[in-house]
Design a protein around this ligand. Structure first.
Ligand code: QUE
Length: 376
């Protein structure tokens, strides 16, 4: 029998109260989100939200290596190729996937009960989309966070239009352009996570949660109960250094100009020798030039719009991405052929003009037709 891709448990928390636990269970692909996982998770979140006995929801990943490494990119790649071969304006299959994924992410942001996300191990792309909206975001000394989409010709999505511009200083822009992998301490420093624990504390956490002083139907009381518990845990956790914090002045210096040309020049001038910076430079200079330009437009736009509008904007742009050559070429180079040598079009940062960006931001749907029009 096939394994369940989402494991679900209703933990008894005393006095008839319940903690809903959802475990992403595709460890062989680092729990990367499939459409089936998205739909199952959405259904359970709805059920737990309606059930007055449920006081808290926990999201975690099976296997110990990853909470969630992203989305089902191979599925999206196949769908994008099929639609491009047919000459379609965009892939309906991809648009449907992103619509359901963003609706799930949005639901987590707006959830009416505490959501505890255990962001242990790899949390990238779609995984970060599940985590950032949770009310209680736990990371560990094994956590690796990133928005690596520039490497596959995709706009950083899953709410990145909204959450990246709201991180400390220019960190969001820098993470989007360079795909830099940051650790748990960095995540707390940046504003992507709330509590840094030691990985060894996680098993006891799920055992101790049912014993906390939960109250039926009192969201703010339960938020406080959970926060107090996690704060105590984090106080006894091993300390982890934050390379991101150590590089904050550097990030501010390369992001000081307001455009891609300035960022490119400033990054070119950085001498090699710092591994953390060198990895980001490599990703930026080998990433999609069109996406680099789009990220500037996205991060500027995202500062001024609300969460629902950010998801609607992203769905428009990401859907356009599925009709461009860079997405198919990027997935081919990174995940299919693994030659790590994408041939981008336009090929260089100097060649990207307004026409490229405009072709990505041209709306697919009018406001009244938009698949996410009902997000409030
Ligand atoms: C950039 C990305 C992704 C990536 C690698 C990149 C991404 C993504 C995955 C991924 C990882 C493991 C899997 C899987 C997909 O890798 O978004 O199916 O098992 O989901 O360089 O954006």
């Amino acid at each position: 029998m096939a394994e369940e891709v989402i494991l679900v448990e209703d933990l008894a928390a005393g006095h008839g109260l319940i903690i809903g636990v959802a475990t992403l269970n595709l460890p062989a692909s680092l729990n990367a989100l499939t459409l089936e996982m998205i739909d199952l998770l959405a259904a359970h979140l709805k059920r737990w939200e309606r059930d007055p006995q449920v006081v808290c929801v926990v999201l975690q990943g099976a296997g110990g290596k990853a909470f969630c490494a992203g989305g089902d990119v191979r599925f999206l790649y196949a769908a994008a190729r099929r639609s491009q071969a047919e000459g379609d304006a965009y892939s309906k299959v991809c648009a449907e996937f992103f619509t359901r994924e963003y609706a799930l992410d949005y639901h987590i942001h707006r959830y009416t009960k505490p959501v505890l996300c255990l962001g242990h191990g790899i949390v990238m792309g779609g995984g970060l989309g599940l985590m950032v909206g949770a009310s209680h975001r736990v990371v560990t000394d094994k956590t690796k966070l990133a928005m690596p989409e520039i490497s596959i010709g995709l706009l950083p999505d899953v709410g990145a239009t909204y959450f990246l511009p709201r991180l400390v200083s220019k960190v969001g822009l820098y993470l989007a352009l360079t795909g830099t992998r940051i650790n748990g301490a960095d995540g707390v420093f940046a504003g992507l996570a709330d509590f840094l624990l030691s990985a060894e504390q996680l098993p006891s956490l799920l055992k101790e949660l049912p014993g906390l002083a939960w109250v039926a139907a009192d969201r703010s009381a339960n938020d406080a109960v959970l926060s107090r518990y996690l704060r105590q845990k984090s106080q006894v956790a091993a300390k982890v250094a934050s390379p991101l914090e150590e590089h904050l002045a550097f990030i501010e210096s390369v992001c000081a100009g307001a455009d891609l040309a300035s960022f490119t020049v400033l990054m070119q001038k950085v001498p090699p020798g710092d591994d953390w910076i060198d990895a980001g430079k490599k990703t930026f200079f080998s990433g999609s030039p069109s996406i680099a330009a789009l990220i500037f437009a996205q991060q500027a736009k995202g500062q001024d719009i609300d969460l629902a509008s950010a998801f609607r904007y992203e769905l428009q742009v990401v859907t356009r991405c599925t009709a461009h050559a860079d997405f198919v070429e990027g997935v081919r180079a990174v995940l299919i052929d693994k030659d790590q040598k994408p041939q981008w079009n336009p090929a260089s940062l100097e060649d990207v003009g307004r026409a490229s960006t405009q072709s990505y931001v041209a709306p697919v749907w009018s406001d009244v037709e938009h698949p996410l029009r009902s997000l409030k």
